[in-house]
Design a protein around this ligand. Structure first.
Ligand code: NOJ
Length: 731
């Protein structure tokens, strides 16, 4: 009898164990992403969910013998890792553990700071902005994405689109300058470049807009500090690039370190949830900045790590970068009902959604190729060179000192940057290697060939007081017909945590320039830096000045091309160069003063040395015939503007037309002028080109109020392009 009952039960039980469990829905690549997300979420334990919201790091230990140890140290079930290594094999090993040994097999998303290239380094972002060539920037981002992907990176913490108006802040080099519209255009270009057509494409990586929001306003340029962001400037200046990046489909966004007028960015429910998620409908995920959850205690809004975690999560931060606050506190916070499970679930969903969209469940592993096939491919290097060329800005050219005449056979090449492979690459150089970088000297020697002799002397270091090299530098200058003096900043002087109290170069560099000027030889100053510099002392000493920025790997050749005249410089400043540090803040779209010709500085000029948009060329352009399709429009109509630009010089060139609009009288004061569109085109010598701009009233003539709601008011407006100006009305 017993045997009769037991046997069928045993058979059933065995069948249950041996029958193949149907594939869970979340593993079905053909199911819609949202169904997969829901299916996976309902299978997850609270602890598994908390780990998905946590990010740790791996890969900084390159010792072969320790690599497995390193894998063991990675918390089981972690949602994301910052991967400092570049070895795809090691990365795949870590991923294998997540995919094959964890209960649900959720792949890790590997992130990294790919800021201006991965191994092929491009010019730093502030330089890229000066190219006003968003197509090139997008192509550079696409190459960076491919190199990253082939090294195991699924996600870059880039672009940084913090509008920056204080060059004392070291992070100005990471963004696209002082103008909201320029930052917005480059935000879109980089998102498109990194993410390609689809996140699941083989060489796409997820982008991350950072650092949301107002970080560029850190008081006094001191990094990580309080930022007093008025609601009006939040909406007018700091939000537009983020909205553009979100509209372009950025997969993730990073909450900043900064305090936004009393509510830190990583605990700010208004910016993160009310605006980003609810108003803008952002469906990706928010990652904190490194430790910015824990730092809520330093900022005085949380008394414990648990409270910091609660505040950040409830504000809208989905993933906690590296400080383990979520990992150690969230489960308890849920149990104690201090955080609703529904909020944890939302955060988990936002992360899983991106992992599914990236195709990580189907393709968790990186294709392993030899380094020679991964990096520094000809196409990437060509983009790097082109972008470097277009981002350099000719700031001064007295008596046509440049191009260097081809009759000149002796050139003095002097300065700490002249033969420097380290600092030319710029900060945040990811997996870039200085050995891949071209120096200024190499570029020049190749360009000018063996008929030209370079008398090289370093002259002085970037800082310090050692003048012992001056003598050699003077001798080099005396033996030459022209001096190329290469000054600037070490790469570690800009980037994160590199604030400076003055933007002038150290006195030793200025003194070297003065000493060389005394030789009476024409002096060409080449600047390599990551922030606007105070050039009040240096500018009068130089006959010509080229701002080369930090061009990455391929700067020597384009600089040499500009100096020789093979290349016509075409970059324009995307950030104003103050006359001295004391002018900060100064930017082109300031509000009008109550007494425009009064209230001036008594000791220095009140205008900057070079405004936003400034940049010279070897040819001349004449702007004429600005026209509008109608003298006025209604709110639902579009207005087409055009302007004629003639190349009246002898050399073909690329000219960027910057279209500005002014609203002289409105219900709230408006900036002196606002950039609304730009376009760059090649114009042959003696030829002309017509540039167009379609004015969309809601986009181009409205302004936000302190709540971010747009207002479009009837009235008169002015449109500017170069020297041209035209009035129109909105009814
Ligand atoms: C801190 C920086 O502020 C941020 O820009 C970067 O992405 C993270 N660290 C990760 O390295």
């Amino acid at each position: 009898m017993i045997k009769k009952i037991l046997l069928p039960a045993l058979v059933l039980l065995t069948a249950a164990f041996t029958a193949k469990e149907p594939q869970p829905l979340y593993k079905n690549k053909n199911a819609p992403v949202e169904s997969r997300v829901q299916d996976l979420l309902r299978r997850m334990t609270l602890q598994e969910k908390v780990l998905q919201l946590s990010q740790s790091y791996a890969g900084n230990n390159n010792n072969e013998n320790n690599k497995d140890e390193n894998i063991k140290a990675i918390p089981d079930g972690i949602g994301s890792l910052i991967y400092f290594g570049s070895d795809p094999v090691f990365r795949n090993k870590i991923q294998k553990k997540a995919v094959e040994s964890s209960r649900l097999g959720i792949p890790i998303i590997f992130g990294y700071d790919v800021i201006h290239g991965y191994r092929t380094l491009y010019p730093v972002a502030i330089a890229q902005a000066c190219s006003f060539n968003t197509d090139l920037a997008a192509r550079a981002a696409a190459v960076a994405a491919k190199e990253s992907k082939l090294s195991g990176i699924d996600w870059t913490f880039s672009p940084m689109i913090d509008v920056a108006r204080d060059p004392r802040w070291g992070r100005v080099m990471e963004g696209y300058g002082e103008d909201p519209y320029t930052n917005a255009r480059f935000a879109v270009a980089s998102v498109q470049g990194y993410q390609g057509n689809r996140l699941s494409d083989p060489y796409s990586i997820a982008a991350c807009l950072k650092h949301y929001v107002g970080y560029g306003l850190s008081e006094g340029g001191r990094d990580y500090h309080y930022a007093d962001v008025s609601p009006q400037s939040l909406w007018e200046t700091y939000m537009p690039p983020y909205l553009a990046g979100v509209k372009a489909g950025a997969a993730t966004i990073m909450s900043g370190f900064n305090d936004i007028s009393g509510i830190p960015a990583s605990a700010n429910h208004y910016t993160l949830t009310e605006v980003l998620k609810n108003r803008w409908g952002f469906k990706g995920f928010v990652v904190s900045d490194w430790g910015s959850v824990e730092q809520l205690m330093n900022q005085g809004v949380a008394a414990s790590r648990a409270e910091a975690g609660q505040k950040a999560l409830m504000a809208g931060v989905d993933m906690d970068m590296t400080d383990r606050v979520y990992q150690e506190n969230l489960a308890q916070l849920v149990t104690d009902k201090k955080v609703p499970l529904s909020r944890v679930d939302d955060a988990v969903k936002s992360i899983l959604r991106i992992k599914f969209q990236l195709g990580l469940f189907e393709h968790p592993y990186t294709t392993v190729l030899p380094e020679s096939e991964r990096y520094l491919q000809p196409e990437g290097k060509a983009v790097a060179g082109q972008l470097a060329e277009e981002s350099m800005v000719l700031l001064k050219n007295l008596n046509q000192t440049l191009p260097v005449k081809n009759t000149i056979k002796q050139i003095a090449l002097i300065g700490p940057m002249a033969n420097n492979r380290e600092d030319i690459t710029g900060s945040w150089s990811a997996q870039g290697r200085s050995k891949d970088a071209e120096t200024i000297m190499e570029g020049l020697q190749y360009e000018f060939g063996s008929n030209t002799h370079f008398n090289y002397a370093k002259g002085a270091d970037f800082d310090g007081t050692d003048e012992s090299g001056f003598k050699e530098a003077v001798a080099a200058a005396q033996a030459s017909d022209v001096i190329i003096l290469c000054l600037g900043e070490k790469r570690a002087w800009t980037g994160e945590n590199t604030s400076r109290s003055v933007i002038e170069l150290p006195a030793i560099q200025e003194k070297l320039a003065e000493t060389l000027k005394a030789t009476g030889k024409p002096l060409v100053l080449v600047l390599n830096n990551g922030r606007p510099l105070g050039l009040a002392k240096l500018e009068p000493l130089a006959d010509a000045i080229v701002e080369m920025w930090q061009p990455g790997l391929a700067g020597g050749t384009p600089l040499a091309g500009i100096l020789s005249g093979r290349i016509n410089p075409n970059g324009k400043l995307a950030i104003t160069f103050p006359f001295t540090t004391g002018q900060i803040p100064i930017y082109y779209d300031m509000r009008q003063s109550a007494r425009p010709n009064s209230g001036l500085y008594q000791d220095i000029p009140t205008t900057p040395l070079y405004w936003f948009g400034y940049g010279l060329s070897y040819t001349t352009y004449q702007y004429s015939n600005i026209k509008l399709s109608a003298p006025g429009i209604t709110k639902n109509q579009k207005l087409i503007a055009e302007v004629e630009v003639s190349n009246t010089g002898n050399m073909a060139g690329k000219e960027t037309v910057l279209w500005y609009i002014t609203d002289p009288a409105a219900s709230i004061s408006r900036p002196l002028k606002e950039l609304k569109y730009f376009e760059k085109k090649q114009i042959e010598a003696g030829k002309k080109s017509i540039y167009h701009f379609e004015i969309d009233p809601m986009r181009d003539l409205s302004f936000p109020d302190a709540g971010g709601h747009l207002h479009l008011e009837a009235g008169e407006f002015y449109l500017y392009a170069g020297s041209q100006k035209i009035k129109f009305s909105l009814k």
